[in-house]
Design a protein around this ligand. Structure first.
Ligand SMILES: *Cc1c(COP(=O)(O)O)cnc(C)c1O
Length: 375
């Protein structure tokens, strides 16, 4: 009987298992391919920063030691970069850890709620479910833009966090900064206990960052958290480092609540080195901007409907009357090309492709042309 054996909490048993898809090695073996092109996870098309790789090698003999608590060197570097006091900086094992801790630090299980769009980045509702916190969803507009009035209307006195992703995943939509500021002010007036969590994971790739980003304008209102990650533009997804500027009381609580050593020695050194690798950073942004444009024009040329994107990926829909998204995804897999179907986001007809390097983008487009009947 259930209540007489070791059983996790019901809300944990009910979680859907994370479906990571086949690994590169599995796909290579399954289809007998030598080369795999992965454009599924918005990773850096140029790989890792050479300075970061060097720093990881140099630090390797030191891994027998525990990291210093609080990642002070990285906090200092980020404080200088973003012109904000180091006390307000939270650093985590990926921004995922910061999102998770914010939910757990702010929301009372079984009582409070978070509010976010549908679809959105899956970590917000998943971490809320793990914490026993209700998620309230608000549909996106039909063009995938944000209805902030609807978002506000879904909040109540029990709302502790409102999540927005800007640029958004999976659409690439990026609201103007003025709209985000309005949302922040209205939320502060109407729901003084609620945090506006602004996830800027992809903001580096926006064409005019200053017109969209709180961080780029060094604007950090007291009811707002802004997070960024080293996983995308900095090329360190596998090292797991993210950071956020939090309201002071929350930042203080963060360092008490976080596992003391969740950001390891190699990750901290790699992040510090990456921040200094300006040529790599510039090459990354150039590659993403030109790749995004090339893919957008190419896919549109094939009759696909492509959403405008400020991120390092594009969301698109195949031409009406052609193949299904699932068939397209599987056909690409057989060619060794991995993109992201968006069924799990509730968008069965859409797919997302990351901007790769020049060669990867060309191979992907060529395969799409073949699939869609072009020559
Ligand atoms: C990739 C991504 C992140 C980054 O997560 P990490 O844990 O830092 O790797 C955060 N938010 C969104 C919306 C993302 O797509």
């Amino acid at each position: 009987m259930r209540n007489q054996s070791v059983q996790p909490l019901e809300r944990i048993r009910e979680l859907a298992p994370y479906a990571p898809g086949l690994s590169i090695d599995e796909i290579r073996a399954k289809y007998g391919l030598s080369q795999i092109i992965k454009l599924a996870s918005n990773e850096n098309p140029l790989g890792a920063s050479p300075l970061a790789v060097e720093a990881i090698r140099a630090e390797a003999p030191g891994v027998f030691r525990y990291p210093r608590g609080g990642n002070p060197d990285l906090a200092a570097a980020l404080s200088a970069r973003h012109k904000v006091s180091p006390e307000r900086i939270a650093i985590g094992n990926g921004s995922d850890e910061i999102i998770d801790l914010c939910v757990r630090m702010l929301a009372q299980p079984g009582e409070d709620n978070i509010v976010c769009f549908q679809p959105c980045f899956s970590i917000y509702p998943i971490q809320a479910a793990i914490a026993g916190v209700e998620t309230r969803r608000v549909p996106l507009n039909s063009d995938f833009s944000f209805d902030f009035d609807a978002l506000l209307a879904r909040t109540d006195d029990k709302t502790r966090i409102v999540f927005i992703t800007t640029p958004d995943n999976p659409s690439g939509y990026c609201p103007p900064l003025a709209d985000v500021m309005d949302l922040c002010e209205t939320l502060a007036a109407r729901r003084p206990r609620a945090l506006l969590f602004v996830d800027e994971a992809y903001m580096d790739f926006a064409r005019a960052e200053k017109n969209h980003s709180l961080l780029a304008n060094h604007t950090f209102p007291d009811n707002v958290a802004v997070c960024r990650t080293f996983s995308k533009s900095w090329g360190l997804a596998g090292m797991r480092v993210g950071y956020a500027i939090l309201p002071l009381p929350l930042a203080d609580a963060f360092w008490r609540a976080r596992l003391p050593f969740s950001v390891n020695i190699l990750a901290e050194k790699a992040a510090l080195a990456a921040l200094k690798d300006i040529p790599f950073r510039e090459a990354t942004l150039r590659t993403v901007h030109s790749g995004r444009k090339f893919l957008q024009e190419g896919l549109r040329g094939l009759g696909c409907e492509v959403l405008p994107s400020e991120a390092n990926f594009l969301m698109f829909k195949l031409p009406a009357g052609s193949i299904t998204a699932t068939d397209c995804f599987e056909a690409l897999l057989r060619e060794g090309i991995i993109i992201r179907p968006l069924k799990s986001y509730g968008l069965p007809e859409h797919m997302r492709v990351s901007a790769g390097n020049e060669n990867e983008n060309a191979i992907f487009l060529k395969a799409m042309k073949k699939l869609l009947g072009g020559k």
